[in-house]
Design a protein around this ligand. Structure first.
Ligand code: PRP
Ligand code: URA
Length: 209
């Protein structure tokens, strides 16, 4: 699958397995989501450009490195993406944050957009779209459409678990967008849930069911 990057770091595999477990409660589920988001961002930014800078230690002057290239915007899809944003924001504190509110309509599974607030310079930034679940792909495609309508040309998707159907849908509409994920699961069930998946990410994060 071109433009799909599947992480195989042992820490990611281990934490994802606990995240999937139905016995994992809200507190641990949220902590694991944060940890996975950080580990995934760490891996996904591996090729980000750096520039050489001078730095003075208490003992000597030396050269170091500073993050360079395009500035980042973290764009969580509400609700579940919020937890990934708070974690990755600790790693990349200079990132601006844009919020996109989308939910799946219960019966049709079509994405319903209800909120958009993006940094004013989003056209100049690389947007990192954050959502733990890429299922039918409808929400992610809608988020990419919204970002493009606001002039953004550079974006990546970070999904903890993806379904093959969702990846196909995103790349059918936006083949140039890189997808970073910790797992590509088997398929969707008749209600649009990822199998084996982890259930409803928003409900497990926020205790709403
Ligand atoms: C979940 C999930 C994604 C979406 C994925 O959100 O967090 O945003 O479903 O499904 P899709 O790929 O089929 O679009 P949900 O619609 O449950 O909204 P919520 O986070 O507000 O509960
Ligand atoms: N949204 C979720 O939270 N889980 C799924 O399996 C599919 C969509």
């Amino acid at each position: 699958m071109p433009n799909v990057h599947i992480f195989d770091h042992p820490l990611i595999l281990h934490k994802l397995t606990i995240l999937r477990d139905k016995r994992t409660g809200h507190k641990e589920f949220r902590e694991l989501t944060e940890e996975l988001a950080m580990l995934m961002a760490f891996e996904a930014t591996r090729t980000h450009p750096v520039r050489e800078i001078a730095v003075e230690t208490p003992l000597a002057r030396t050269t170091g490195w500073s993050i360079a290239g395009q500035e980042i915007a973290l764009v969580p899809i509400l609700r579940a993406g919020l937890v990934m944003e708070s974690a990755i924001g600790r790693l990349i504190p200079t990132a601006r944050v844009g919020h996109i509110g989308i939910y799946r309509e219960h019966d049709t599974l079509q994405p319903v957009s209800y909120f958009v607030k993006l940094p004013p310079d989003i056209a100049e930034r690389e947007a990192m779209i954050l959502d733990p679940m890429l299922a039918t792909g409808g929400s992610t495609v809608a988020a990419i459409d919204t970002l493009k309508q606001h002039g953004c040309r550079s974006m990546t998707v970070m999904a903890i678990i993806s379904a093959p159907e969702g990846i196909r849908k995103v790349h059918g509409a936006h083949p140039e967008v890189d997808i970073y994920t910790a797992a590509v699961d088997s398929h969707l069930n008749e209600k649009g849930y990822i199998l084996p998946g982890l259930g409803d990410a928003g409900d497990r994060l926020f205790g709403t069911k």
